[in-house]
Write a protein that binds this ligand. Sequence first.
Ligand code: ADP
Ligand code: ZN
Length: 209
Amino acid sequence: PGAGKGTQAALIKEAYNIKHISTGDMFRKAISEKTPTGIEAKSYIDQGKLVPDSVTNKLVRERLSEKDCENGFLLDGYPRNLAQAEELDKILKDLGIKLDAVINVSVDDNFLIERITGRRTCTKCGASYHISFNKPKVEGICDDCKTPLISRVDDTKESYETRYNVYMTETKPVIEYYKNLGKLIEIDGSKSPEETLKVIENILGVNNG
Ligand code: ADP
Ligand code: ZN
């Protein structure tokens, strides 16, 4: 959390013209629309815990089955534990899709609190900004859709600590899983978003359509 994966995902989506599928954004949308998924997910998210796999896996399977994913997609924030990684294998197999690569964006622990607490998010398009490192053109307003920006309910120091612990115990083993499959690309996320994107493009190959 806070490594900049959402920011990179938004840039990669543009560069490669593929769908950006963020489970966090999908949950936030479901919460704002008060759908059954949103109602179930809310208490977990507010506390910084993972939403149960049964809910998350179903959401992802349904989304990846949609027509607009046929030309490729980038998953952001999923899989977040080993059970989800195994379920993703099944989903991709069922849909006849090959996984190209897994990108691990890593940063120093001491950057993270600052990134999270200074983060401002657009509730409409999911774009994220930072009060000092990535300011919107007009303070408090999304560059893309002009919606007022908010600080996420879970972007507090307390929730961050839970999310960090969840990351260490549940998400970190996923790195090893993809390393063993030879799919893992390790990226240093402490550079600017643009520099980080260049590194990713160099490894993946620049826009192959
Ligand atoms: P961040 O990585 O900055 O915390 P995300 O938007 O990726 O932000 O996730 C926000 C919250 O949404 C998580 O803390 C978790 O509660 C929930 N969430 C997102 N993706 C998943 C997932 N794959 N499995 C379970 N919960 C998830
Ligand atoms: Zn926006």
